[in-house]
Ligand binder design. Structure first.
Ligand SMILES: *Cc1c(COP(=O)(O)O)cnc(C)c1O
Length: 366
């Protein structure tokens, strides 16, 4: 980052390009186009725009997510069809996707919730059977594998990662759009920066005077700065070690919380990698505390928890826009009422995990 500041070129340029190349190398697939953007929200918006989603279209996604997953559909004037989750995985339920398909459906956006891969074989099969696009919201999924393959290299149309402050790697704000489709990549690159038909950086570093450019579309301002990309390069170098640390902490939690009236997070399939972006537990039926009181009790002991997320069907905008009711999403609603995310961060120690578990034990068993 200091090198970037000293270089005099602080916005999108050589570091963003290096970050994109390094990201492709990390995913290990030379066919991938990686396009750095200033948020995952921007990446999801660009992905849907490049796939031609627009007014009259419907996009299916999970209610059990952050609003960014769905709001981008509305940016383009298309409609969102929210569906329920599989209660065992907290990921979008393929059967619910199938049931929600109409002649207007164009795309599915699965979310790899908490860092556990969604049921991609089923989702991709439904998509190919009905001629739908698939855009993976991989904001939680760096690195996550599905049947041994890294998320980002599966057979969807586009995958989008987030480098927001609390994600597994961060650039402060940032994201990466990944696709194998050269037309989608070209369109996303143009729309990332004002609809200009060539990169500003290419223009300013060309060997010949090169002031000319053309605007070919009303684009957006979604480029990633070199300052952020420099951070990303160093964070990416640590992504594997971060994942190992988070996986260790998750295993320690599982041991320390055993025997409490808690449903522990779903585990990945044998041999697969979970990013452990979030450690989401659910209070078991019959636990003596309800979720809110449990969070308050832990808070009083200096332990901060959160809820990821208030499902979209509970928010006024989504509820009113589509006349949604909690009863339409029984599994998400059931999970929401009982779930909380325990602290999980790479500088956490075994003692920290023990302290959280001890506080949870006192709260739940006395
Ligand atoms: C964080 C997050 C996003 C948005 O990421 P930004 O980089 O903050 O735009 C999208 N979807 C999910 C599931 C997220 O958790």
């Amino acid at each position: 980052m200091v090198d970037t500041l000293r270089s005099g070129w602080v916005t999108t340029g050589p570091k963003a390009k290096r970050f994109e190349e390094a990201f492709g190398a990390f995913l290990g697939d030379p066919e991938l186009h990686c396009i750095a953007v200033n948020s995952a929200t921007a990446g999801l918006h660009l992905a849907l725009e490049a796939l031609g989603i627009g007014p009259g279209d419907e996009v299916i996604t999970t209610t059990h997510t952050f609003t960014a997953t769905a709001e981008v559909v509305r940016y383009l004037g298309a409609d969102v069809k929210l569906v329920d989750i599989n209660p065992a995985t907290l990921n979008i339920d393929p059967a619910a996707i199938e049931a929600a398909i109409t002649p207007r459906t164009k795309c599915i956006i699965p979310v790899h919730y908490a860092g556990l891969a969604a049921d991609m074989d089923a989702i991709l099969a439904i998509a190919s059977q009905h001629g739908l696009k698939v855009v993976e919201d991989a904001a939680h999924a760096l690195p996550t594998t599905y049947k041994g393959q890294l998320v980002g290299t599966l057979n969807s149309d586009v995958t989008v990662f987030s480098f927001y402050a609390n994600k597994t790697i961060t650039t402060g704000e940032g994201g990466m759009l990944v696709t194998r489709n050269p037309e989608v990549a070209a369109r996303a690159k143009v729309m990332r920066l004002h609809g200009i038909n060539r990169d500003a950086f290419d223009r300013f570093t060309a060997k010949v005077p090169s002031w000319y450019y053309e605007i070919v579309a009303p684009g957006y301002k979604y480029n990633l700065t070199d300052i952020a990309a420099a951070m990303g390069l160093h964070q990416l170098g640590r992504a594997t070690a971060f994942q190992r640390k988070r996986e260790e902490l998750a295993a320690q939690y599982a041991q320390a919380l055993a025997g409490l009236p808690l449903v522990l997070p779903p585990q990945p399939a044998a041999g697969d990698m979970h990013s452990w972006h979030l450690y989401v537990v659910r209070l078991a039926d019959g636990a003596r505390l309800q979720r809110d009181a449990f969070i308050e009790t832990l808070f009083a002991e200096g332990i901060g928890c959160s809820v990821h997320y208030i499902p979209l069907h509970q928010h006024p905008y989504w509820r009113e826009r589509y006349a949604l009711q909690a009863a339409d999403f029984p599994h998400s609603q059931h999970a929401y009422e009982r779930m909380l995310s325990l602290p999980l961060y790479t500088r956490m120690t075994v003692d920290d995990v023990q302290r959280v578990a001890a506080a949870a034990r006192r709260a739940l068993l006395g």
